[in-house]
Ligand binder design. Structure first.
Ligand SMILES: Cc1ncc(COP(=O)(O)O)c(C=O)c1O
Length: 371
């Protein structure tokens, strides 16, 4: 029997996926993790008001969601003091990145990112045949100057940067980001991923200019709002840029329940403040646990702490594997020299108790094995 063949591009792609989920690891281990601290989810959960709204919407799930996400876009526009035309809602930043790449990157078009930055962008670039150029981190920070220089050199159409950054937790000030925006080469758009912005110090986000044709900001309800499983993200950009999404997006992609939950979450500023304070406490505690075990926590403007294990990638990979074997789900940067670190999400006190108990055991095992 004959069958259709994959496109040449699809055939050229690796079979690997960017993330192996903790569920897959649990199935492999035959037991659940004691603490889920690897995916930068918010263990503090969604706003109780968002949960109520989602419960109510569950009964209405026989209806498709509003394909325009009208109410949520109106509320987001008011929140950011822009017009609804400046907002594009999608199934998480991850999906919006894919659509953006589809809209702007033809086969062979150059784009720029940092080696070891959040990898979903790269995955989409590969999927559309773009040419990905990378620059190294500088001192555990993404490097705006190097990104601009490389983008100029290769005539990049897009530069991707996350501020604050995952996996390092580092961040740049609004002034540095604005300077980067001001220096973008002609024909190049900045994709500014602000997934963690609600957890960063004031003065991290540059002012939103809804008319800038060369900047698109990405935000999400997955982090501080605690709704990763609901898949709600949004882009803020000029009306011209955001309207492009309508040409390629999945029109009924936004789950009705998720739209209702995000709308309620946005309005519950009290819950956001609660999560921000829990995250600050958890960051401090993870840092203390790291230091008590002779490791070095890096400063973080996110809902995770990246811990420098003090030796190379092999050592950090062994620590990670030992923690996983102890039932603690954590992840780590992929690329040297950042791969000397492990990355621990801000968990509840009980989850961090489990991490605190497991870390010294994990380190002992690794020292026994590697010396
Ligand atoms: C920098 C960054 N961007 C985007 C995402 C994913 O966002 P979403 O859940 O909205 O797809 C993550 C999740 O870890 C992230 O770290």
């Amino acid at each position: 029997m004959t069958k259709p063949t994959l496109t040449a591009l699809a055939q050229s792609l690796p079979a690997s996926v960017p993330f192996v989920g903790p569920e897959a690891q649990e199935r492999q281990m035959g037991r659940p993790f004691a603490a889920r601290l690897g995916a930068n989810e918010s263990a503090f959960g969604p706003s109780p008001k968002a949960i109520t709204a989602m419960q109510k919407a569950a009964g209405e799930a026989w209806m498709y969601g509003d394909p325009e996400s009208h109410d949520l876009r109106q509320a987001l526009a008011a929140h950011h003091n822009v017009t609804p035309d400046n907002i594009m809602v999608g199934e998480g930043i991850d999906a919006l990145l894919g659509l953006l790449v589809r809209l702007y990157v033809d086969a062979g078009d150059a784009v720029v990112t940092s080696a070891g930055a959040y990898p979903t962008f790269n995955y989409h670039v590969a999927g559309f045949g773009g040419a990905l150029h990378t620059v190294p981190y500088e001192d555990d920070h993404e490097d705006p100057n190097a990104l601009i220089t490389k983008a100029t050199e290769v005539s990049a159409k897009l530069i991707y940067i996350a501020n604050p950054d995952n996996p390092m937790g580092s961040w740049h000030s609004a002034a540095i980001m604005q300077d980067m925006i001001d220096r973008l080469p002609a024909g190049c758009m900045l994709v500014l991923d602000e997934a963690y912005i609600d957890l960063a110090p004031d003065g991290t986000a540059p002012k939103i200019n809804p008319n800038a044709p060369n900047v698109i900001r990405m935000r999400t309800f997955s982090k501080a709002h605690g709704m990763a499983g609901a898949r709600v993200g949004y882009a803020i950009g000029s009306a011209e840029v955001t309207s492009g999404f309508h040409k390629v997006r999945n029109h009924f992609g936004m789950c009705r329940i998720s739209q209702a939950g995000a709308l309620a979450a946005l309005q519950d500023t009290g819950w956001l403040a609660h999560v921000q304070s829990q995250v600050a406490k958890a960051r401090q505690r993870i840092g203390d646990i790291a230091e008590n075990n002779g490791l070095t926590p890096l400063p973080s403007a996110t809902n995770f702490v990246t811990i420098d294990c003090g030796r190379g990638g092999d050592f950090a990979r062994a620590v990670l594997a030992a923690l996983v074997a102890e039932g603690i789900f954590v992840r780590m940067p992929f690329v040297a020299p950042q791969d000397r670190c492990i990355r621990v999400s801000c968990g509840t006190p009980a989850q961090l108790d489990a991490f605190e108990a497991a870390l010294p055991r994990a380190l002992t095992q690794v020292h026994e094995k590697l010396g």
